[in-house]
Ligand binder design. Structure first.
Ligand SMILES: Nc1ncnc2c1ncn2[C@@H]1O[C@H](COP(=O)(O)OP(=O)(O)OP(=O)(O)O)[C@@H](O)[C@H]1O
Length: 331
């Protein structure tokens, strides 16, 4: 378990973490989300005793990291996969770590096998791909068979097989009752991996909820509707707060109306509806909505209202097709 109370970190005059309190529970995968520069790595470094909090306090399994007699057996972390001496082999790197922490040599082979590094274990780490470096970092984190595992961007640079492997690995570690805390910017991956989410924005916790509660927190109901008479249905549903995205001539995405009311309106108007699917907001949508004011580094938006352009060598799209995202708010 990880428990933080009033954790603050200020670099010079820059407040990186501004008084956060949270608990990361065992038996679950807890995802740590936040825009670039929000304070995720700083928080993880403070948990691992690598950065000293300006004020506040954080404990792992009931003690400060430095107070553990055998810290690698309590908590394993992947914080910077590149922080490995490059002229050593993966095996020697892990062997040295094990030797200095009283971990038996046979555990080195176990984590090498577990992380799929067998074929490259005797090769110089300097020649490793990003994905192999990540695997080595995860092997090091698991070396002490720790109760708590902290992984900063573990799937960064991994191929799809590697991403799936990390997902299954962390889920099985949590199923064994361990505490798993991981950060990632890949929302679709996080949606499939985490049970609980902690979201940080500009150094403050802005959400601490189960995945399901987080996804349900967007209170706008949304449905996908296929009908052969979209105009009549749109007219019947027009009301303040209702918006319609016309995906193609027969496919609508309707926001702000209960699906039951859409069905009732269709029945009353004698409009044929051949699909009515309630949609749940994706993790990416809820996250983007929650953090839109917390982003430190803004990119320029691409205007989705721009009419579709014909690609070179392809015919222009038919004029009657509205581009995706065309909104008919309250019509
Ligand atoms: N050693 C340091 N010295 C000065 N400022 C720092 C230091 N480390 C982090 N910061 C600043 O603290 C803030 C939080 O950074 P941090 O790396 O914790 O964010 P993050 O959420 O992990 O970001 P990312 O998603 O980009 O990895 C940023 O504004 C960063 O520039």
């Amino acid at each position: 378990m990880i428990e933080a109370h009033g954790l603050v970190k200020v670099y010079g005059k820059k407040p990186a973490v501004q008084g956060i309190s949270f608990t990361v529970q065992p038996g679950k995968v807890t995802g740590f989300l936040g825009p670039n520069g929000a304070g995720k790595s700083t928080t993880m470094r403070m948990i691992m005793g690598l950065d000293r909090p300006t004020s506040g306090d954080v404990k792992v399994n009931g003690r400060h990291y430095a107070a553990h007699k055998a810290p690698l057996r309590e908590v394993g972390a992947l914080l910077d996969a590149k922080a490995v001496h490059s002229s050593r082999s993966a095996y020697n790197h892990l062997r040295a770590m094990a030797a200095t922490h009283g971990i038996p040599a046979k555990r080195v082979q176990e984590v090498i096998d577990l992380t799929g590094l067998g074929a490259v274990a005797k090769k110089r780490v300097g020649g490793f791909s990003l994905g192999m470096g990540q695997r080595l970092g995860i092997a090091a984190a698991l070396l002490g068979d720790p109760q708590t595992i902290i992984l900063d961007e573990p799937v960064n640079g991994l191929d799809p097989e590697g991403v799936l492997w990390v997902r299954n690995l962390v889920r099985s570690l949590a199923a064994e009752g361990r505490t798993v805390f991981l950060s990632s910017h890949l929302m679709s991956e996080m949606a499939q991996t985490a049970d609980h989410l902690l979201v940080i924005g500009r150094g403050k916790i802005i959400a601490d909820a189960s995945m399901q509660d987080f996804l349900n927190s967007q209170n706008q109901v949304r449905s996908r509707v296929r009908t052969d008479n979209p105009e009549a249905l749109i007219r019947a549903l027009a009301a303040p707060g209702v918006s319609v995205d016309t995906r193609d001539t027969a496919l609508l995405e309707i926001t702000g109306v209960d699906p039951r009311d859409i069905a009732r309106a269709a029945l009353e108007q004698q409009v044929l509806v051949y699909e009515l699917t309630p949609l749940q907001a994706s993790l990416e949508e809820v996250y983007m909505d929650l953090t839109k004011d917390e982003v430190e580094y803004h990119s320029q938006n691409i205007d989705t209202q721009t009419p579709l352009q014909a690609l070179p060598g392809q015919p222009a799209p038919p004029a009657e097709l509205a581009p995706a995202g065309t909104s008919r708010e309250g019509k």
